[in-house]
Design a protein around this ligand. Sequence first.
Ligand code: GLN
Length: 294
Amino acid sequence: MNLKVSEAIKKAENFLKTKSIPKPRLDCEVLMESLLGFNQAELYANLERYLSSLQFESYSRLIERRGNREPTQYIIQSREFWSLDFRVDKSVLIPRPETEILIERVLVLRLEKHAGVSPLRILDIGTGCGNIAIALAKEIPAAKIIASDISLSALKIAMLNAKLNGVKKRIEFVQGNLLEPFCNDRNLKIPPFNIIVSNPPYIPSEQINELSPEVSKWEPRTALDGGIDGLDFYRKIIAKAGDCLVKEGFLLLEIGEDQAEKIKEIAIFHNAYKEVKVYQDYSGKNRVIEIWKK
Ligand code: GLN
């Protein structure tokens, strides 16, 4: 016997409860919306409609994946960031809302410190699905943006996202390790950047398995693992970024909430920089460090 949309959702919710999924109802609704091609209002208007048996079967498969702790965003292959839609799969980190603080800081710096600079040269290291580079390309038409990643499969997703968001021509994608493609032994291979941004992997290796299974089992370890103390990538980026920035340029990095002091020390140790500032996210946690080049 065929089920109504509402009945299928209820059944799915009960199943996900047995798997200890947090907020199962929301996931069941989002997966149903994705299956039927509805937005939330359309779903609520169609709760009494009957699903075909094929639709119910497809829905069950989506719910089963969620029961396996696969993040809903990977199942529906989509995530919103900066009010833009991004395609995601398990080769890229799912963008987090906190990362929007990084975008906001770039926009402020551009107005306060680099107004009139054109083109404003921005590098996004470890671009993943391209969320940071693409949001900046949308916001700053006068920017020349380069986005890099060591993972070719991530870059493919980022390029697709740039196309879907209409900024493909505005971003150059480069495969490579951190700043290596741009600067070797202090020799710059390209003109220096005004701003370098990155949300590098920053979870201490041993803590990854303590995170929720959605993260530890599904998100790419290379996008999370920051080495023994979580700071490996800050050390490497900070050591080299000075050589790749213009005079009075900026390095902006997303950080873990308890990492600000240590990263400040790393930055101050390098002669290339003159000032370090830390900004909080909306829950009051330290989230972005801004390092000013001399
Ligand atoms: N730049 C992407 C983001 O901010 C990916 C970051 C990463 O993979 N560590 O979500």
